[in-house]
Design a protein. Structure first.
Lengths: 432, 253
C-alpha cells in the first residue's frame, strides 16, 4: 500500500495553518490587530468560555494571526499544538510554570543561553524552584541529578555558546525512566535542521526572534507540545491530572488526553501570566518562517565556509563547530544534524581579551550585538556580555574563555564576510 | 468501562447522551460536545470502549459484541432510555444498539459513516502487524485535503498530529481489532430497518475513509433519517468543523 505523503516542510512553511481569507480572499495571513472578538450571541459566548465551541475571545489567550503561526510551527515540528509568547524567555517560563511547583526541581544542562541560566539560577529560586546544572554529556551525572522532586529536564539542541550537541534520545530516555518530560530549546537548529520530537523531546521552545524570523525586527517565542508525554502516568503532575479549581475542576488529562499540557498552558499560563505575542509580531515572524528552509540552508553553507576559513587563520587558536572532527560531539552531530549544525559558533582568538576587543572593533559588516539568528551577520564577546553574570568556574564549565568570540553567520555574500573577518583578525594579531 | 461524565456525573437524566468514539480513539474526541450538553443539564456518558483509553480490555472484535458490551454497561447503571452519538466505528456500534434494542434509543446520530465500512486488505495487514503505517494511513485519510493544510478552528492546534497522537496511544492490536470489527459488520444495512429512533447522519463532503456516497444505501434503509453534509470536511468532522457538528447535535438531542 502506498505510503501517504504528508506535505513537506517547505510547503508547510508557506501554507500550514492558513487558507485564503474567506471574506476578502487575502492570500497572505491578515493581521487581526484586535484585542477582542465579538460573540455571535450570548449562547455561543457562553459556549466559547466553557470550551464547548471554538473561537477567539481576547488576544491575550488566542488571536487568529497568532493561531496561524502556532499551527505552522506545530506542523513543522510534528507537534500537536503551540502557544505564541511575547519572547523565548516567556515560552520557557510558561513551560516551567505550567508543570513545576514551589519545592520542586529542574535538571538543566550547564551550557545554556545566558537568559535561561539567569531564570533558572537566580530568579526561579525566589519562587521555590531549584535547578541543578549538569554536563549533559555525562549521562550518569544527569541520572544522579534527578531527584524525587524533579519535574523537568531541560537543555538546548546546541548548547550556548560551545555548541554542545544534546543527545536528545539518551537524555529523554533518562527523563522518561523517571516519569518526567524533556524540554528542549530548539532555537539554534529550528525544525529545518532537526525535529527534537523525533528523538524523544516532549516539549520544545523557540526564541522566534532568531532564525524563525531572520529579520531581527521582533521579539517572540513559541512553546510547542509534542503530545507524547503521558501526564497521568504518575502523580507528578497534579496540575494536569487532578481537578483545577481555576477552570471549574477541569481535569486536563481526562478532557484533552494528549493535548493536556498545551491546554493547561493556555488556559492558565497565557490567561494569568499574560506574556502574549502581538498579532503584528506573529505576522512578521510568519514572513520569516515562509523562507525558513531556504535561509537555513544558506546559513549553513556560509557557516561551513567561514568555519573552514577561520580554522586556517593564524590569528585563531581553535574553532568550535560540531561538524569539525575536533568537536567532542562530532559523531553525534553527524547522526542527528546531518543537514548542518546551524550558523552560530565560537572560536578562540590568540591574544585573549584585548585581541577580542580589537577584532570586534575592526569589523565592518558583522554587527556587535546581543542576538543570533539574524540574516545579518553578528558577533559578540560572551564573557563580557551575554554570560557576564557567570563566575569563572561556571564560564569554564560552559566552555567560555576571555578569548572566546561568538559569530552568527548571516546571508551576506560569503566572500564579503570572509574579507570582513580577515580585517578584524589582522587587527587582533597586532595586539597579540 | 471508563466513562467521562463531567464533574457533575450522572444525575438521573431520563435521556442521557452516550458518545462512542471511533477506531483507536477514546472519549476525549467528544470533549467539546460533552461540555455543551453537561452545561445544559444533560447526563453524558462518553465511553472508552474496552481496551481503549482508560478502559481495560479484553478487546472486542465485532460491532455486535461492542454494542452488547455497551448495552450491558448501561444496564448496570440502570439506564433504560438514552440517545446515542457515534463516530466512524462508533457510529456502527450506535446503529447496532439502536437496531437491537430500538425501544431504548431516543435519538441516533451517526457521524462520518458508511455501510458497508469496508477496510482494504493492505490496511488490515499493516494493522495486524501493528505497523505504525496503519496509523499514518488512517490519519492521512481521516482528514480532508483542506485540513491537512490546517487552519484549525481550535486555535494553535495541528489537527492531523493530534489525531495521530491519540491513535499512537492505543495498545497493541487495538487498531486491527477495530478495523476488523468495521470490516466484518455486514448486516448493518438490514439492521437500519429496525431503527425507530430520530436519526441523523452527519457526513463530510471530502471524507476519504467513509465517502459520503457509500452512506446512500444506509440512508435509504432507515424509516426516517435526516442528513447533514459538511462542506470541505473530511472524516474527522468533530475536529474539522466542531461548531457545526455541535449545532447539528444540539438540534436533535
Amino acid at each position: 500500500m502506498k505510503k501517504p505523503q504528508d506535505l513537506k516542510p517547505d510547503t508547510l512553511s508557506l501554507h500550514a495553518g492558513q487558507r485564503p481569507d474567506k471574506e476578502h480572499g487575502a492570500r497572505a495571513t491578515p493581521i487581526y490587530q484586535s484585542s477582542s472578538f465579538v460573540f455571535e450571541d450570548t449562547e455561543s459566548a457562553a459556549g466559547i468560555f466553557n470550551v464547548e465551541r471554538t473561537g477567539h475571545v481576547y488576544s491575550r489567550i488566542t488571536n487568529p494571526t497568532n493561531a496561524v503561526l502556532e499551527e505552522r510551527i506545530s506542523a513543522l515540528e510534528g507537534a500537536i499544538g503551540s502557544i505564541a509568547t511575547s519572547s523565548g524567555q516567556a515560552a520557557l517560563h510558561l513551560a516551567i510554570a505550567t508543570i513545576v511547583d514551589t519545592g520542586q526541581h529542574v535538571v538543566a544542562s550547564n551550557c545554556l543561553y545566558g537568559g535561561s541560566h539567569n531564570l533558572l539560577e537566580y530568579t526561579l529560586p525566589r519562587f521555590g524552584i531549584e535547578t541543578s546544572f549538569v554536563d549533559f554529556r555525562d549521562l550518569d551525572a544527569v541520572k544522579d541529578a534527578i531527584k524525587g522532586n524533579t519535574r523537568l529536564v531541560f537543555g538546548e539542541t546546541l548548547g550556548n555558546p560551545g555548541l554542545d550537541v544534546m543527545d536528545i534520545q539518551q537524555i529523554s530516555d533518562l527523563a522518561h525512566d523517571n516519569g518526567i518530560p524533556l524540554l528542549v530549546d530548539s532555537t539554534f537548529t529550528t525544525p529545518h535542521l532537526m525535529k527534537p520530537i523525533n528523538y524523544g523531546a516532549d516539549l520544545i521552545f523557540h526564541s522566534a526572534t532568531k532564525f524563525l524570523s531572520g529579520h531581527g525586527v521582533v521579539i517572540g517565542g513559541l512553546l510547542v507540545d509534542s503530545g507524547n508525554f503521558i501526564w497521568d502516568q504518575n502523580d507528578n503532575f497534579p496540575q494536569l491530572s487532578k481537578p483545577y479549581k481555576g477552570f471549574h475542576d477541569m481535569v486536563f488529562t481526562e478532557e484533552f488526553g494528549p493535548a493536556a499540557f498545551i491546554n493547561r498552558a493556555r488556559k492558565e499560563g497565557a490567561r494569568d501570566f499574560g506574556a502574549c505575542m502581538s498579532p503584528h509580531t506573529a505576522f512578521l515572524i510568519l514572513q520569516g518562517v515562509e523562507t525558513l528552509g531556504l535561509r537555513m540552508d544558506r546559513h549553513v553553507l556560509a557557516t561551513r565556509e567561514i568555519v573552514n576559513f577561520l580554522s586556517q587563520h593564524k590569528a585563531v587558536s581553535s574553532v568550535s563547530y560540531p561538524e569539525l572532527e575536533s568537536h567532542p560531539d562530532h559523531e553525534l552531530a553527524k547522526k542527528i544534524l546531518p543537514n548542518g549544525c546551524g550558523a552560530v559558533f565560537t572560536f578562540e582568538l590568540k591574544g585573549g581579551k584585548k585581541a577580542g576587543q580589537n577584532f570586534i572593533e575592526n569589523l565592518n559588516i558583522f554587527s556587535h550585538l546581543a542576538n543570533v539568528g539574524d540574516s545579518k551577520s553578528l558577533v559578540i564577546h560572551p564573557s563580557s556580555t551575554t554570560h557576564h553574570r557567570m563566575d569563572e568556574d561556571a564560564l569554564k564549565k560552559a566552555g567560555i574563555s576571555e578569548g572566546t568570540v561568538r559569530l552568527s553567520v548571516g546571508l551576506e555574500d560569503i566572500e564579503d564576510l570572509k574579507d570582513d573577518l580577515d580585517t578584524g583578525l589582522r587587527s587582533a594579531l597586532k595586539t597579540s | 468501562m471508563h466513562i467521562f461524565s463531567g464533574t457533575r456525573g450522572l444525575q438521573g437524566d431520563t435521556n442521557p447522551i452516550v458518545f462512542i468514539h471511533g477506531t483507536g480513539m477514546d472519549h476525549t474526541v467528544w470533549t467539546l460536545f460533552a461540555r455543551y450538553f453537561l452545561r445544559h443539564g444533560r447526563d453524558v456518558i462518553s465511553v472508552d470502549l474496552p481496551g481503549h483509553g482508560k478502559s481495560k480490555g479484553p478487546l472486542l472484535d465485532s460491532i455486535e459484541s461492542l454494542s452488547s458490551n455497551l448495552l450491558n454497561y448501561l444496564d448496570s447503571r440502570n439506564i433504560n432510555k438514552f440517545s446515542v452519538v457515534g463516530h466512524s466505528m462508533g457510529s456502527l456500534i450506535a446503529l447496532e444498539a439502536a437496531s437491537t434494542q430500538p425501544e431504548r434509543v431516543n435519538s441516533l446520530v451517526m457521524i462520518g459513516t458508511a455501510l458497508p465500512m469496508a477496510v482494504s486488505d493492505a490496511l488490515l495487514d499493516l494493522a495486524k502487524r501493528n505497523d505504525p503505517g496503519a496509523i499514518d494511513i488512517l490519519t492521512f485519510m481521516g482528514y480532508s485535503n483542506n485540513a491537512r493544510i490546517g487552519n484549525n478552528k481550535n486555535p494553535g492546534m495541528w489537527m492531523t498530529e493530534g489525531t495521530r497522537r491519540l491513535m499512537q496511544r492505543s495498545s497493541k492490536d487495538v487498531i486491527f481489532k477495530d478495523l476488523m470489527a468495521c470490516s466484518n459488520y455486514v448486516d448493518g444495512l438490514e439492521k437500519a430497518k429496525n431503527v425507530s429512533a430520530n436519526t441523523l447522519l452527519i457526513l463530510g463532503e471530502n471524507d476519504y475513509l467513509t465517502p459520503r456516497h457509500r452512506a446512500k444505501d444506509l440512508i435509504n434503509n432507515f424509516k426516517s433519517v435526516r442528513v447533514k453534509e459538511i462542506k470541505n470536511s473530511g472524516h474527522t468532522l468533530m475536529v474539522e468543523n466542531p461548531n457545526l457538528v455541535l449545532d447539528y447535535l444540539s438540534e436533535i438531542l
